[in-house]
Design a protein around this ligand. Structure first.
Ligand SMILES: [Zn+2]
Length: 57
């Protein structure tokens, strides 16, 4: 085992899965994306506000 590797527990089958896995190799559970999705949502929200401001001019 390497110290740099982070394992996470699958909430579906409760087995340990490598931290960089997006899908559980045992049961196929898809792990929800972390923070990346939030950043994208924030950018979309910002763009929508800018668009709304421009359309009001
Ligand atoms: Zn699983």
């Amino acid at each position: 085992m390497f110290g740099s590797e982070k394992n996470k527990e699958c909430p579906s089958c409760a087995l340990e899965v490598a931290g960089d896995e997006e899908v559980c190799p045992y049961c196929g559970y898809e792990f929800p994306p972390e923070q990346k999705g939030l950043a994208v949502m924030a950018w979309i929200f910002l763009l929508l506000i800018l668009l709304w401001l421009f359309t009001r001019l």
